[in-house]
Design a binder for this molecule. Structure first.
Ligand SMILES: Cc1ncc(COP(=O)(O)O)c(C=O)c1O
Length: 396
């Protein structure tokens, strides 16, 4: 019999306050790790030719869970296909959640991670929403670090290069019934990636979509579950066909802006009432993903103390007004893949709105704050700017 108790996680933001069900049965124990090395290393793509998410490192991490006994021993194995029952409820009811994080190689050949504890917390928040088992955050992170050491040679060197890490938790419960998983698998695969903007920043135009809603109060928008992404693909493709890079996601009759594509959205404008510069983004009200990059940008900008930084619900009407009244300074999306993605315009119901990049430099491809965020966060990630957010992975 499995006894479950609710353990409230110590979280600072509301989205992380969701109770996580922890089992009294075995937790993840990194010291029980077994490692089976590949006998055939894969062909390596020259780093300049890497495409996001298309090639994978030599090894993967797997940890199985079952209701009665909890987590089994973690194992590092050669990267390869998995054998899973076609009845597994991941295939039928999308019982799946995942994370996205990166490992970087610094100038001294150290492996570094950026705020990985945040990804571990968010994975548990997502798992809890799907009644998937909770992960022992520290121990799972230890396992990931061991995988990084094994596949260190797959972390490409140089600014903008990294190893994208994809922890994934799926229900392997072979049961065609809508029910909580009794078996699950946690696995991690890694993909070497290059800079998001190999040729320098390329600003994008967005389609503000009043028809398709990504997330709503009480929904799952604050979790990283596969279903949130599946339903965004159709509208995203439509936007691309019309010549836009991404959907700007809206919610409600008053057109609250939530996110952009798979990023958190920021606007830097002059506040209508105060006239002061203000960085605005949507709050963690359950409809947006609590991005690690978002949190980092908010903390950095607050530490500068140079302009107002506001997390609040705001509407597309406010954004359109800021553009037409000449108060918009710049705008960007934020996420692990790109760090920041400059936005130079959007369209709503056929009406185009221009968003400035850098009013002092007509040739600029990104705004000053956008570039400052990219430089600062990248500097921290590669250990060039000393900061507690950058974690060196021990190698012995
Ligand atoms: C929907 C969504 N919003 C925001 C983000 C940005 O989150 P992070 O900064 O943690 O990568 C992501 C990327 O994972 C995302 O998928």
């Amino acid at each position: 019999m499995n006894f479950l108790r609710k353990v409230p996680l110590p979280r600072t933001s509301n989205v992380f306050s969701r109770p996580v069900f922890r089992s009294f049965s075995s937790g993840i124990d990194a010291s029980k790790m077994t490692t089976t090395l590949t006998t055939q290393t894969k062909e390596r793509i020259p780093k300049e030719d890497l495409k996001f998410g298309q090639s994978f490192s030599d090894h993967m991490l797997e940890i199985d869970w079952e209701m009665k006994d909890g987590w089994g021993a973690p194992r590092i194995v050669p990267y390869g296909n998995m054998s899973i029952s076609p009845a597994a409820s991941v295939f039928h009811y999308a019982l799946e959640c995942f994370e996205g994080m990166k490992a970087y190689k610094d100038a001294d050949n150290n492996i570094r991670m950026f705020r990985p504890d945040k990804n571990m917390q968010r994975l548990n928040s997502s798992a809890s929403r799907l009644s998937l088992p909770a992960v022992d955050e520290d121990q799972f992170l230890e396992c990931i670090k061991k995988l990084l050491v094994v596949d260190k040679s797959w972390i490409p060197e140089g600014q903008g290069y990294s190893l994208y890490i994809r922890p994934t938790l799926i229900s392997t419960h072979p049961y065609i019934g809508v029910a909580a998983a009794q078996n699950a698998r946690l696995f991690v695969i890694c993909s070497p990636v290059g800079p998001y903007y190999p040729g320098g920043f390329a600003p994008v135009k967005l389609l503000a979509d009043p028809a398709n809603t990504r997330a709503w109060p009480g929904g799952t928008g604050d979790t990283k579950i596969g279903g949130n992404y599946a339903m965004g693909i159709g509208p995203g493709q439509d936007a691309i066909k019309k010549g836009y890079a991404q959907c700007l996601w809206l919610f409600g009759d008053d057109l609250q802006v939530t996110e952009v594509g798979t990023m958190n959205q920021f606007w830097f404008w002059k506040n209508k009432e105060t006239g002061r510069p203000e960085l605005v983004t949507a709050p963690l009200d359950g409809t947006i993903l609590p991005g690690v990059t978002r949190d980092s940008i908010l903390k950095l900008c607050r530490s500068f103390g140079e302009f107002d930084v506001t997390e609040r619900q705001y509407t597309l009407h406010e954004v359109m007004d800021a553009c037409t009244e000449g108060r918009m300074i710049e705008a960007f999306g934020a996420g692990t893949a790109a760090i920041v993605a400059p936005v130079n315009g959007f369209t709503y119901l056929g009406q185009d709105f221009n968003v400035p990049l850098d009013s002092d430099d007509p040739s600029a491809m990104a705004g000053k704050l956008t570039m400052r965020m990219a430089d600062t966060i990248q500097g921290i990630q590669y250990g060039e700017i000393p900061h507690e957010w950058s974690v060196v992975v021990p190698e012995n």
